[in-house]
Write a protein of this length. Sequence first.
Length: 291
Amino acid sequence: MTTSRPGGSLLAVSDLHVGYPENRTLVESFVPGSDEDWLLVAGDVADRVEDIYWALRLLKERFSTVVWVPGNHELWTPRQDTVQLRGVARYELLVEMCRRIGVLTPEDPYPVWTGAGGPVTVVPLFLLYDYTFRPAGAQTKEAGLALAHEAGIVCTDEYFLHPDPYPSREDWCAARLALTERRLAELAPGTRTVLVNHFPLVREVTDILRYPVFAQWCGTVHTADWHRRYQAAAVVYGHLHIPRVNWFDGVRFDEVSLGYPREWQRRAKPPRGLRPILPVGSPERDADLAW
Ligand SMILES: [Fe+2]
Ligand SMILES: [Fe+2]
């Protein structure tokens, strides 16, 4: 492999959903442009542990550093999976699997990208959601869910993403927020970060959803200022399956999803694959961002 860019690039992708053969073929085509490239994988690799393992191991063989955060799909317990662990136990199994193959997770010390555009501390986040991105007119989680059921738009997480041993997904989210805030408080003053989370950190990006009532499964209002609080040089997320770029307070937010074949196959352009996050100002990063 040759080094084409001194200092390498910090690349990102999410929502690989490699249970679909078309997506598996695309993932097989992902190669670094440089020996020094890092890859951020922002969740929804697949539903089954075997498929998650296949994709992350392949990517780790190719990229010097791979950082993964879980999406909602990794946390499902599908009936057809040979692994029937639920909730925290399933997450811990995935973390252990990542450790075996050398993939970094939210449970590891935050790695520092010292390549082009660095130094920045890469912060893989696992925060989940807590139903606070409520639909218009809903004052409570229950009211929001009722509107979703009325509209017939209910996230499959309600049936397959178990929070065990927490009583609810929002309790799990609250615990993750508290744990993560404690860790982030330990960063040295002035530390620049790249925040990587499956779910968007700000609600505004969900305004584009075809079914706005779905936003309640997309994040938490408690992270609305994290890009400012933790001096983000960039924010990476997925989950929406709407790849795009937004700016908030001068910080670039990249939705880096691949999505389902039925979604990317109907777009005019083929999937872009890996999105350059750093360095800022690279032509690949800044050119032609319309999807
Ligand atoms: Fe997804
Ligand atoms: Fe997702």
